[in-house]
Design a protein around this ligand. Structure first.
Ligand code: XIL
Length: 376
């Protein structure tokens, strides 16, 4: 691993040789030590196929991250493929690697409306039955990591994307069969399974919601055209989340934090410090759990856009560093090659990660290094 001292002593030099050395260093990752020194859990959503196939991917994950999130392998369709079968093999391989590297793992995700197995979605459930299935799933999955990898998986995204942009509940098997109460139940089951786990509600609140729906209707994205909205009260879903969390706390439901995913379209992110400030009033944490900052697919070489992207990465991370109740920033891919954005946007967007398709660092890596070095 690259030591913080080596990174720091090289930063700020104007000698060409030293600048070349810094570029070589950041090429293999350099962010872990300064992030740790700054008290930040920083890392990536990762996929074991990329770890196996692309050596630079693994090098960057080792050298940049002190926390990782399994991108897909803890989701129901992977970890609970049949009613009576749990398949922990791949998720465990991710957690075991992280544990060997001294990295934490963010558990993702216990309740979501997507990536569910057919056995769950393709039959009718009675309410009591589905509650038992939910309880069994949460107890088994959280209990597995509590017992097999103590202290590695401390944070869980318990419920993901339960709300619509207008603040109403999203339709899902959980909502339709169990009703509003499924959110409270999921958090109670998670707390029963691991009294020490840090339990988060996770959702997206910024440009992504508005812009992504526009993209999926085939509209062209103009980066920066949507002003980042920074007042939670102006974003109906954010206001609804605040009410949800306040209600949960009043009902003594165990919730510890709110994840702001941060799938940002364009380069004009909200002021997260402002957007998330209400969490502090309620006494819970917030985190940036899935940050990526996408550009139009055909403009990934535009130096002005790349500079704006670097600034946007720094601004979101800085908001977390500055907040007394935020200590986590997780990026939702390592490089552009492993990013979900091109396929999720139907090819309209891309270039969302810190590293290029071939895992060379973008300007944003150096900017992040400078920010983290300054924060330590
Ligand atoms: C995405 C993955 O990145 C894709 O590989 C998969 O096909 C779909 O899910 N919000 C979340 C993540 O909470 O789990 C999603 O991950 C991205 C949106």
């Amino acid at each position: 691993m690259i030591g913080a001292m080596r990174c720091r002593s090289l930063l700020g030099s104007t000698s060409l040789l030293v600048i070349a050395l810094v570029i070589a260093l950041v090429a293999s990752g350099c962010l872990r030590a300064p992030a740790t020194e700054a008290g930040l859990q920083f890392g990536y959503a990762i996929d074991p196929n990329w770890l196996a196939d692309e050596p630079r991917y693994g090098e960057i994950v080792s050298a940049d991250a002190n926390i990782v999130t399994p991108e897909n392998y803890m989701k129901w369709e992977r970890i609970h493929p049949e009613p009576d079968t749990y398949d922990f093999a791949v998720a465990d391989s991710i957690v075991a690697r992280a544990s060997e590297e001294g990295q934490a793992v963010r558990g993702h995700v216990l309740v979501w409306h997507r990536q569910l197995p057919a056995w769950l979605t393709e039959r009718e459930w009675r309410r009591g039955e589905l509650i038992r299935v939910l309880r069994d799933h949460i107890h088994t999955v959280v209990g597995h990591y509590r017992d097999e990898f103590p202290d590695v998986v401390r944070h869980w995204d318990v419920v993901n994307e339960a709300l619509m942009p207008d603040g109403s509940r999203r339709s899902s098997i959980w909502q339709e069969v169990i009703g509003d109460n499924y959110v409270d139940l999921a958090f109670r089951f998670a707390r029963q399974a691991d009294p020490d786990a840090v339990l988060f509600y996770n959702d997206f609140y910024d440009d992504f919601g508005v812009r992504f729906e526009a993209v999926s209707e085939g509209m062209t994205v103009v980066p920066g055209a949507t002003a980042g909205r920074s007042d939670c009260a102006e974003v109906p879903k954010c206001a609804a989340t605040r009410d949800l969390v306040a209600g949960m706390l009043a009902r003594h439901v165990p919730i510890d934090g709110v994840g702001f995913q941060g799938h940002i379209t364009g380069t004009n992110p909200a002021d997260y410090d402002h957007l998330a400030r209400w969490t502090q009033d309620l006494g819970v944490e917030w985190a940036v759990t899935e940050l990526d900052i996408s550009l139009p697919a055909d403009q990934g070489d535009d130096p002005a856009l790349l500079a704006a992207q670097a600034e946007a990465y720094v601004s979101v991370t800085e908001d977390c560093l500055d907040a007394p109740n935020c200590d986590t920033v997780v990026l939702w891919s390592v490089g552009d090659a492993d990013s979900w954005i091109p396929s999720a946007s139907g090819g309209v967007l891309g270039h969302a990660a810190l590293y290029e398709e071939d895992y060379t660092p973008k300007a944003a890596v150096l900017e992040m290094l400078t920010l983290l070095e300054g924060a330590g």
